[in-house]
Design a protein. Structure first.
Ligand code: PLP
Length: 253
């Protein structure tokens, strides 16, 4: 079978199963309305929670930044693409959220891949809430560490997982506010159990940062919990794109 034949067969199967997804062209949108296919809809499908993608100050800052430093970094951060502005933003984020260091990434997906790839070694285990974002579960399933899921927002299910012995280190993974249902993780209980077992907690707060907690500092701040690792993204409430990992200095280095 050729590549062409393989794709055609796969597409036919998808269509037959009513599982073929087509991207829809959006002609125009605001926080409340969406124009597509000649119709105007009420818009309940956006992550632009605060409407910042269209805020004049955000747009002006973006334009000023491009004029000042160029539209791109010009190189990988490991070569000559790590600019003063990146370092300043990292320092501000770390200070704002109470961590030693912040590390910028091009996207939340990249941040999750990097941190889970970095941490998981053979004999370690990753215990993830079973409704965690695909970027977390996907990275964990490719890790040499063993992936186990615990029941959604259920500290007792995590406790049962933690009770079974593990030779290596334990990383517990959850979201702050879950993307699909908008419910919040019981972070204090999860953090306490994780710490008791000598593990580390990673909270992906893509949907909490900018939205909840004092000054929008997110779910962890709101619940008075400081996980060892926190991933925040800029593509939801912040209205732009990118992400950061908040962590200690050794982890960042
Ligand atoms: C959107 C999202 C990401 C990915 O962020 P991108 O910057 O779009 O790659 C990661 N985790 C969660 C929970 C998300 O909702």
């Amino acid at each position: 079978m050729s590549w062409q034949q393989r794709f055609r067969q796969a597409l036919d199967q998808r269509r037959a199963a009513d599982g073929w997804r087509q991207r829809r062209i959006v002609d125009e949108q605001t926080t409340r309305t969406l124009h597509s296919g000649g119709r105007c809809y009420h818009h309940f499908s956006s992550n632009d929670y605060l409407g910042l993608t269209r805020h004049p100050a955000v747009i002006a800052a973006w334009q000023q930044g491009a004029a000042l430093t160029g539209a791109g970094a010009g190189a990988s951060g490991h070569v000559t693409g790590y600019h003063r502005q990146h370092a300043d933003l990292e320092a501000q984020l770390a200070d704002w959220l109470g961590y030693e260091r912040a590390l910028l990434f091009i996207s939340g997906f990249a941040a999750n891949q990097a941190v889970i790839h970095l941490l998981g070694e053979k004999n370690d285990r990753i215990l993830a809430d079973k409704l965690s974002h695909a970027s977390l579960l996907d990275a964990a399933s490719h890790s040499p560490a063993q992936l186990r899921r615990f029941s959604h927002n259920a500290p007792e299910s995590l406790a049962a997982r933690l009770a079974s012995p593990c030779e290596g280190e334990t990383l517990v993974v959850t979201e702050g506010i879950f993307s699909m249902d908008g419910d919040s993780a019981p972070l204090a209980a999860l953090a306490q159990q994780t710490r008791q077992a000598g593990g580390w907690l990673l909270v992906d707060d893509a949907h909490g940062i900018g939205v909840v907690g004092e000054q929008g500092r997110g779910s962890c701040w709101q619940q008075g919990v400081r996980p060892e690792l926190q991933v925040i993204t800029f593509g939801k409430a912040f209205g732009v794109s990118g992400a950061a990992l908040l962590c200690d200095a050794d982890t960042a280095d």
